[in-house]
Write a protein that binds this ligand. Sequence first.
Ligand code: F6P
Length: 469
Amino acid sequence: MRNLPRLVVVSNRVTPLTMRQAASAGGLAVGVLAALQRTGGIWFGWSGETTHRTPTAAKVFRTGRITYALVDLRESDFEAYYGGFANRTLWPLFHYRIDLANYDHDWYKAYRRVNLQFAELLLPLLEDGDLVWVHDYHLIPMGFELRRLGARVRLGFFLHTPFPAAQVYLTMPWHRQLVADLCSYDVLGFQTEVDLRQFREYVELELGGQMQLDGTVRAMGREFVALAAPVGIDVEDVVAMATSAEARRQALRVAATLAGRHLVIGVDRLDYTKGIPERLRAFELLLRDYPAQRRRVTFMQISAPSRESVPEYLDLRQTVELLTGHINGVHSEADWVPLRYINRSFTRRALMGFFRISRIGLVTPLRDGMNLVAMEYVAAQDPEDPGVLILSRFAGAAVHLRDGALVVNPYDVHHVAEALHEGLTMSVEERRDRWERMMSVLRRHDVVAWRQRFLSRLESVPLPQASDA
Ligand code: F6P
C-alpha cells in the first residue's frame, strides 16, 4: 500500500477532547475531528488557555490516532488577535457586516504576531513532505510565515466562512496583504462556488491575476489551486448518535413535556450571523397569522453562549432575551408556553435526539459558510416520519440541500412564517420524499468526500525544493 504523507491540521480552536461542548464548538471543530479521526495525524492550535508568559513550545500529547499540539496565548494577544482582529474584524467582514467590522492597526499587528508565533512553534514538529492543512480566518498568514521559515511541506488552507464580495472585502485596510497571504498556499479551499467566484473576482480585478477553469490561479508571482469543496458530515455517525440510548432518553424527556404538540427546533451558537432575532419574529408571525397553529406548536431555540467577551454578542443576547420575553408574555396561555429559549449547550447525542423528534429544523442564518447543523438535523431524522428542514438561502448548506429543504430568505420573516406553516402541515409522503433526496446528497458529499477532495489536490502539488522556500 502507498504511504500517505502525514497530515498536520492547524486551527485556532481545537475540538474539546470529549465532544461534550460541541454545540458551542462550531462546524470547524466537528468537521476537522471527523476527518482526522480517520486519517490520524497532528492537530495543532490554541489550547483554549491564556498566559502572562510568551509560550516557547507546544504541549504535545496523543489521544487515539490524533497527536494534539497545543499552544497557550498571551493574555494581551488573546484580546487583540482573537477577541479583536479575528472576531471583530474578519468575522463580521466575511459575513457582510461592515457595520460591525472594526479596523484597528494594533489588532492587525497582534494577528500577524500570533500567526508568526504559531508558525515558529509548529515548525519543529514538521517533517519534510507533510501535508499541512490550515483552517479558517484566524490563521490566514500562517502559510506565508511557514514558507518564510523554510518549511518543506505542502500547504493547504480552507476557509470555513464565506468569502465576501470584492466591494465588501475592499473596505478592510489590509485586504491586499491578506490575499497575498492566501496566495502563498498551494491549495486554497472555499465552501461554495459563490465564495470561489468572489475570491476570483478580487484576484482578477484588484491584482490583475488569472484563474483558469481547472482552478489554477496565477497571482502575486505564484501559481496555486483554488477550489470549492463544501464540508460534509459523517452521516452514519449522526444516525448512530440519533438512535443511541442517550439520545432516546433525552428525546423522551422533552417529548413528555410537549403534550402531543409539534416541536420546532433551532440550534446555533449565539451569534449575530445566525439570524436568531429574525427567526423569533417569524415564529411570532406564525402564531399571529396562522391561529390554528397556536397551542399546537412549541419552538425550542438552543443558543450556546459564544465569544462572550465581544460586545456585539452581549447586545445580541439582550435582544434575544427581550424578544423571547415579549413573545412568551404576549402569546402564552395558562397551559401553553410557545417558546423555550435555552442559553446553554448539550451533548451531541442529546441534540441529535432532539432533532429526531422535531417536526421542523429551523436553520435561518443571515450568512453562513456551510452550517453543519442543517445537515445533522436531516441525518438525525426517523426515515418513517422525517421532519422538515427550513433553510436559509444564505447558508452554504443550501447548495446541497436545496432540493429537499424549504429554502427561505431569512430577512423575509413573512416568508419564513409561511414555510413554518407549510412544514407543520406537510404530508408524511412529501416529507419522506424530500428527506430521501437530501439524504442521498449528504451521503455523496460527506466529510470523507470533503477531506479527499481537498487532500488529493494538495498531495498532487510538487514538494517545494529547499531553494524555493
Ligand atoms: O465554524 C466557524 C467558526 O468560526 C470556527 O472557526 C470556530 O472555531 C467556531 O466557528 C466557533 O467559534 P469560536 O472558536 O470563536 O468559539
